[in-house]
Ligand binder design. Structure first.
Ligand code: ADP
Length: 245
């Protein structure tokens, strides 16, 4: 297993991932390590396999072949690809958080209920879940907006609710798919900083699909996909030193 410079194994290690849809190779021998406490941007043109890769790393949709190893601190390594549906769903709910472009929030519920739901599906009692959700919302600057329904919040506020929901469970890895894609650039920049604070700033990992170079540049590492193949990019230090990324 590959280890980072601190001698820790990668929190997620993907080896030899393949995924075909008919004759389309959405993933073509992808190898990737995600380090705890780091942010990774996945870039590439539309149809290059970004979402397929994100879904495979997060155990949402499995590859046809290849290994995805999850190494949470203090836990035995888990082979995500060999888990059956139920334990894979449980692992996803407990270990991972998700922030997608649309937020995937439930419009019939209030902001606080949307956040508390992430805990309640992990069997946290409602009153405890609501307390924790209120704290998470307050940390994200949404105190006083707990009882608003999703449609009564701006796009940026909705993404903050999604971030609160992704982090309230204590997830070690947050996956984001174009999290700022539906926002104007100023709001998008604020949401991105919040997302980085709540993940990398808290020692967690962020794996983000984006087609926006400015967004990707805020991450510790950028990788590029082309026709399902991963072309490794460079770390931020190298980019800052003037190397290509
Ligand atoms: P990206 O996120 O980079 O736009 P995707 O991962 O969504 O790319 O898709 C990669 C390729 O796989 C595309 O050619 C897409 O049409 C194809 N693909 C993705 N999901 C499916 C699916 N469920 N059925 C058929 N083809 C799919």
């Amino acid at each position: 297993m590959l280890e980072n410079s601190l001698g820790r194994p990668a929190v997620i290690s993907a080896r030899g991932l393949y995924r075909n849809f008919g004759s389309t190779a959405a993933l073509d021998n992808v190898n990737l390590d995600i380090q705890l406490g780091q942010s990774l941007a996945i870039m590439g043109p539309s149809g290059s396999g970004k979402s397929t890769l994100l879904h495979a790393l997060a155990g949402i949709d499995l590859p046809d072949s290849g290994q995805i190893t999850l190494n949470l601190p203090g836990s035995a390594p888990v082979q995500i690809e060999s888990l059956k549906d139920k334990p894979r769903t449980k692992l996803r709910r407990e270990a991972f958080g998700f922030v997608f472009q649309s937020g995937l929030l439930i419009p019939e519920l209030t902001a606080i209920e949307n956040v508390a739901m992430a805990l309640m599906i992990n069997a946290v009692p409602r009153s405890n879940a609501m307390d924790r959700a209120a704290r998470a919302l307050a940390q994200l600057g949404l105190a006083g907006m707990e009882e608003r329904r999703i449609g009564q919040l701006s796009g940026g506020q909705q993404q903050r609710v999604a971030i609160a929901r992704a982090q309230v469970t204590g997830a070690s890895v947050v996956f984001a798919d174009e999290p700022t894609g539906a926002l104007d650039s100023a709001t998008g920049a604020e949401v991105l900083e919040t997302l980085l604070d709540c993940t990398v700033g808290a020692g967690k990992s962020l794996v983000m699909v984006t087609h926006d170079r400015t967004v990707a540049e805020r991450c510790d590492r950028i990788v590029h996909l082309s026709d399902g193949r991963l072309l490794d990019g460079t770390a931020r230090q190298e980019r800052q030193a003037g190397a290509w990324s």
